[in-house]
Structures are given as structure tokens and as C-alpha cells.
Design a protein around this ligand. Structure first.
Ligand code: UTP
Ligand code: MN
Length: 586
């Protein structure tokens, strides 16, 4: 067994995917479904088949085995994925050099460099040179426990201690530069550290590996308050959320997540006992990040800074979150405090109570509208209402939509008649274009049942294939799959899935995925029975086709006066009809 097979056979696809997507079991059949992590949807069309160790989305048509899933969701190469799964399951990993391609090697080296940098920064913080940084952390009220939990560190203020460390470990200058942790000097030759004399926040990917850093200045004289790692082959900013790997479990349990603006806010909220908290790392929230949230929770509580930047960012974030189908609440804290400051000044319990009482996004948006528009005039009130309308329209439930529209209108002092008018108008506008996911060819029930049976076992193939003539499958949408099955050497047990898949065209592969993902037969013994029933139907259809053909020929022979021929055809027809009755009686 090669390494890939070994990894695949020792993990369960449902367990692995279940870490990234909330899956629900469908009946007792080993089929699970959930919201697809690869495209936007509000009702689940993503399906995982446990007995075949296979996933498929009927909405966007992605599908494949556990390795394909992890590659796609983590954005990893094939070898990285194998290594990750092996590592998580205690499978010994063959030497990297034997098994990795150039890209995996590059990314592996970058990961190693980040792990080394994180250790170095942490050691610096504990060492005498970290004294000032430790004092700073104490002033900001960070406990040792949080410093440890978040892996905080300190970067040496000298110019090149990390650079030297990397060189000593044998990382080439080229690798060092592409890590983003080291820069090339402009004027002279040589390299220097990107982060110097800063408090270091390691940023992790969803599997908990350090892939970047944020570095905070410790005095306000410094030019940039934060310096963040640049994008690298292992760090795509628009994909990563700070603290997601630690927040994941809490998100699943509470079915919510608190979205804050900064690193310090995340730590402050976490320290207040709310572990389901994340931030984007110094960039505006993206749809990809929102989808990552949605994989683990349904409700997002937006708790940004109460300054202008924070308010504008909240408005954007709310729209984006609603677009991706999340439930949104907004917490704005009084006294101009950000979450970190609030929890410190008022205590963990007070902060948690505030969270619980956070209102639906509507109240917050309505308050925004009252500030933005002149509420003394009826035009101003109408403009305020129109400002809210797009978010009202995103409520999918009709009754809830109407009721909230009424609430809001009352709150803003807009006439109810006008409200209904506006709602209707935008409803018709909304209905016009119907964006559709690419049409899925639907496969007839007969084909589906026959194929799942053929794929399941050798006895079915032995009994059914010889009776399934080329003529019978001529009009099959899945003809290519049946043809390949006919050609494949008879093997015991289920058809080796990959061997079959590898011989199919992309279109046929997609059909195969659909069939497998939809397979919910739990009783294997029924498969053969079902296959026989399908076969009888096909045989009957074929005979009926022949009979109809013969009848037409009899008719035209009679019409054209070729009586001998007509008689001969009649005899044939009678015989066929008799056979057919016998056939149907079977
Ligand atoms: P804040 O200025 O609110 O930082 O910026 P903070 O995390 O709350 O830190 P303290 O409490 O002021 O020390 C919010 C986030 O915006 C990004 C960082 O990710 C920061 O956590 N940011 C801010 C930058 O990337 N660069 C900056 O210069 C400032
Ligand atoms: Mn802040």
C-alpha cells in the first residue's frame, strides 16, 4: 500500500470534513449533508458519503475524496495534505525529500521558518531583553496565561538576529526573503529582519500552524502601530481570520462567533471567557472569511470599535455577512470603548452580559440611519428608510420581512403606506434576474439504481452486465460509465473507484460523483433485486420499441400492397407480443 492509500484508509472522511463543515446525518445510511464551503448557499447541497469516502456538492459540482477536500479547503498541495492528515493520525511520514514536489518543499520550509521565528520571539520575551515588552503587557493587563495561550513574543530590536538564525539553520537567502520575515537591503548587500523591537502576535491557519505575524510598536513614537506580514505562499490575507483555530470548538458549541477588529480585542474577549472570537488581520472582511465563519456557526455578533472607521467597517461587514446567509447581531459598547477596554474596565461578566443583550442588526442600522439623514423632514425619513431597504430585502422569510419593515418604518416615522409601496417595488426588481447554479443533468432513476448496484458488488456485475446489451444502454446518459465497467477486468468486491474514475471523461466523472453522492441504499442485498427490476424494465422497453417498429412496418407494407411481406411481419409481431407477455409475467 502506498503512502496515499495508507493515509486514506486510516482516516474517515466524515470526521475530517466534519472539522470544517457542520454536517448532519441523513437517515441511517452513512450519508451526511451540510452547507457547501466552496460556494455561497443557504440550503445544504453538500453531501458526504461515508461508505464510499466521498464528497460532492450538487450546487457547484465539486467533489472527490478526503484528500481533494483538504487540498481545496486549506489551499494546500497534494503532499502537504498527505503530511497533514498523516500527522494528525499518527501515521509515520516518509522522508519529505522522497515525497514532495517543489511547491510543497517551499511551503514546508516557510512553515518551518515561521515555527522557528515564533519560538525565537517567545524566547526573547522571556529573556532579559524582553523586560520592557513584559512591562508593557502587564500595563495592558495581559495575564501570563494569555501570553502563553496566544504565543505572544518579542522581536529583537537589533537588525539581523532572526536573519542570522535562519542562515545558521541553512535557509537560503531566497527562502528568507519569500518568508516575509527578512528583507533585502536597498543600498548595500545583505538582509535584515522585518520585525524589530515589536510585540509579536503569531497568526495561525485553521490547522493551527503559524503562517504570519502582526507586530505592534510599543511606543506611540513609532511610525506604524502595527506591521503585518506580507502575503506569501503560505499567507493569503483574505482567507485568514485571527484566532479561528482556537475559536472553532467554541463556535460549534455556542453556534455563534464574536467578530472584533483587532488582535488585542480578540485576546481581551478571549480572556473574558468568550473563546469564540475572531478578527480579520488588518484588512477589510472578505466573503472568503465570512464563509469560513459560516462553516462553524450561524450567528455573528459584530463588535467593532465605536469610532468612525469601526462604524463604517461594521456597515460593510453586516452587508457581507447577510449576503452569505448569516444571522447578524451588533454590539456597540458605550463610553467609546473597544471590546478589550470594555472588558478590562467593567469586568468579564459585564462584557458577557452585553454580548447576550446585543440586538439584531436592524436596530443598529436604524440608529445609523437616524444619524445620517435629516429626520425632521419627510424626505429625510424616507431616505433613511431607503438606506435600510437593501438589508430588509435580504430577509428571506416574507412575514418577518414585512414585520421588520413595519417596525423600522415606525421607528423612523415613515408612513406605512409608503413602506409597503417601496417593499413591493424592490421585490419586483429583486425577482427579475434569477442567478442560477449551473444546471445539473438529472439522471433517470433506472440508470441511477442500476449503476449504484453495478458499482457495489461483483455478483451484481456478473449477473447483470451480460444481460445489459449495448442496445439497451444506447440512450443512457451514463453510457460511458457502463461501457467502462464492461471493459474493466472483473474484480472482487466493489469496483476500485479511482480506477474507474481515472478512465472517464470529466463529464462522466461528474455523473459518477452525482450517483455516488446520492446513493443511500443501506441494504446491500436489495441492490441485486433492484438491478433485476431495472433490467426487466429495460428489456420490456426494448421489446415495446421493437413491437412499435414492427407495427409501423406492417402498416406501411399493407398500405403499399406488399401483402406477402405484411403477412410475414405480422407473424413476427405476434411472436414478439407473446414473448412480451411472458416477459412481463416474469
Ligand atoms: P487597533 O488600532 O484598534 O488595534 O486596530 P488593537 O488590536 O485594538 O490594538 P490596541 O488595543 O490599540 O493596542 C485594529 C486592527 O487593525 C490592524 C491590526 O490588525 C489591529 O489589530 N492594524 C491597525 C494594522 O494592521 N495596522 C495598523 O497600523 C493599525
Ligand atoms: Mn483597538
Amino acid at each position: 500500500m502506498d503512502f496515499k492509500e495508507q493515509v486514506k484508509s486510516s482516516v474517515d472522511i466524515v470526521k475530517v470534513i466534519g472539522e470544517y463543515v457542520r454536517l448532519r446525518r441523513m437517515g441511517a445510511t452513512g450519508r451526511y449533508s451540510g452547507l457547501c464551503p466552496f460556494h455561497q448557499e443557504k440550503t445544504p447541497s453538500f453531501s458526504v458519503n461515508q461508505s464510499r469516502q466521498f464528497f460532492k456538492c450538487f450546487g457547484c459540482s465539486v467533489g472527490g475524496d478526503v484528500i481533494k477536500f483538504v487540498m481545496d479547503i486549506e489551499g494546500m498541495t497534494f503532499w502537504e495534505t498527505l503530511n497533514l492528515l498523516a500527522e494528525r493520525n499518527g501515521i509515520p511520514i516518509p522522508k519529505r525529500t522522497e515525497y514532495s514536489d517543489a511547491e510543497s518543499k517551499l511551503r514546508g520550509a516557510l512553515m518551518d521558518m515561521h515555527a522557528l521565528a515564533a519560538r525565537t520571539f517567545q524566547a526573547n520575551l522571556r529573556s532579559p531583553q524582553g523586560g520592557e515588552a513584559r512591562e508593557y503587557l502587564v500595563r495592558r493587563g495581559l495575564s501570563d496565561e494569555m501570553i502563553e495561550a496566544f504565543g505572544l513574543g518579542y522581536s529583537d530590536p537589533g537588525w539581523d538576529s532572526l536573519t542570522k538564525r535562519f542562515s545558521a539553520e541553512g535557509f537560503s537567502a531566497e527562502l528568507q526573503e519569500s518568508s516575509g520575515l527578512v528583507r533585502r537591503r536597498q543600498e548595500s548587500s545583505g538582509h535584515y529582519d522585518s520585525f524589530r523591537g515589536r510585540l509579536m502576535f503569531p497568526i495561525h491557519n485553521e490547522s493551527g500552524k503559524v503562517i504570519a505575524f502582526g507586530g505592534r510598536a510599543m511606543s506611540s513614537e513609532e511610525q506604524a502601530k502595527y506591521i503585518n506580514s506580507p502575503e506569501t505562499p503560505i499567507y493569503r490575507k483574505s482567507y485568514v481570520l485571527y484566532n479561528l483555530h482556537r475559536a472553532r470548538d467554541g463556535m460549534r458549541h455556542s453556534n455563534r462567533v464574536v467578530l472584533v477588529e483587532g488582535y488585542m480585542d480578540v485576546i481581551g474577549v478571549y480572556a473574558a471567557g468568550v473563546k469564540e472570537v475572531v478578527a480579520s488581520c488588518g484588512t477589510a472582511l472578505t466573503a472568503t472569511q465570512v464563509r469560513a465563519l459560516r462553516r462553524h456557526a450561524d450567528t455573528v455578533i459584530v463588535n467593532f470599535d465605536p469610532d468612525t472607521a469601526g462604524i463604517n467597517a461594521s456597515e460593510r461587514a453586516i452587508q457581507l455577512l447577510l449576503d452569505e446567509g448569516l444571522r447578524v447581531r451588533v454590539l456597540s459598547l458605550d463610553g467609546g470603548l473597544d471590546p478589550d477596554e470594555y472588558a478590562k474596565q467593567h469586568g468579564a461578566e459585564a462584557y458577557r452580559a452585553k454580548l447576550e443583550s446585543a440586538n439584531g442588526y436592524f436596530h443598529w442600522l436604524a440608529d445609523r440611519a437616524r444619524v445620517k439623514f435629516d429626520m425632521r423632514t419627510s424626505e429625510g425619513r424616507m431616505d433613511a428608510f431607503k438606506f435600510l431597504l437593501p438589508s430588509i430585502q435580504k430577509i428571506s422569510d416574507r412575514l418577518e420581512r414585512a414585520s421588520i419593515a413595519n417596525d423600522v418604518a415606525g421607528y423612523l416615522g415613515v408612513e406605512t403606506g409608503l413602506v409597503l409601496d417601496q417593499l413591493k417595488r424592490s421585490a419586483t426588481e429583486r425577482r427579475a434576474p434569477v442567478p442560477q447554479t449551473p444546471a445539473q443533468a438529472s439522471i433517470s432513476a433506472i440508470e441511477r439504481i442500476l449503476l449504484t448496484a453495478l458499482l457495489a458488488g461483483q455478483d451484481v456485475r456478473e449477473q447483470i452486465l451480460p444481460r445489459l446489451s449495448a442496445q439497451m444502454t444506447e440512450a443512457f446518459q451514463t453510457r460511458e460509465i457502463v461501457d467502462v465497467l464492461r471493459q474493466m477486468a472483473p474484480a472482487d468486491g466493489p469496483v476500485p473507484f479511482e480506477a474507474l474514475e481515472g478512465r472517464l471523461s470529466p463529464a462522466a466523472q461528474s455523473l459518477l460523483h452525482q450517483i455516488i453522492a446520492a446513493d443511500d441504499t443501506s441494504d446491500e442485498t436489495q441492490r441485486l433485486e433492484h438491478a433485476h427490476a431495472c433490467l426487466r424494465r429495460l428489456e420490456a422497453d426494448r421489446r415495446k420499441g421493437q413491437i412499435d417498429g414492427l407495427r409501423a412496418r406492417v402498416k406501411s407494407a399493407e398500405g403499399e400492397g406488399r401483402l406477402d411481406e405484411a403477412l410475414r411481419l405480422m407473424a413476427e409481431l405476434t411472436k414478439l407480443e407473446r414473448d412480451n407477455q411472458k416477459g412481463e409475467g416474469l
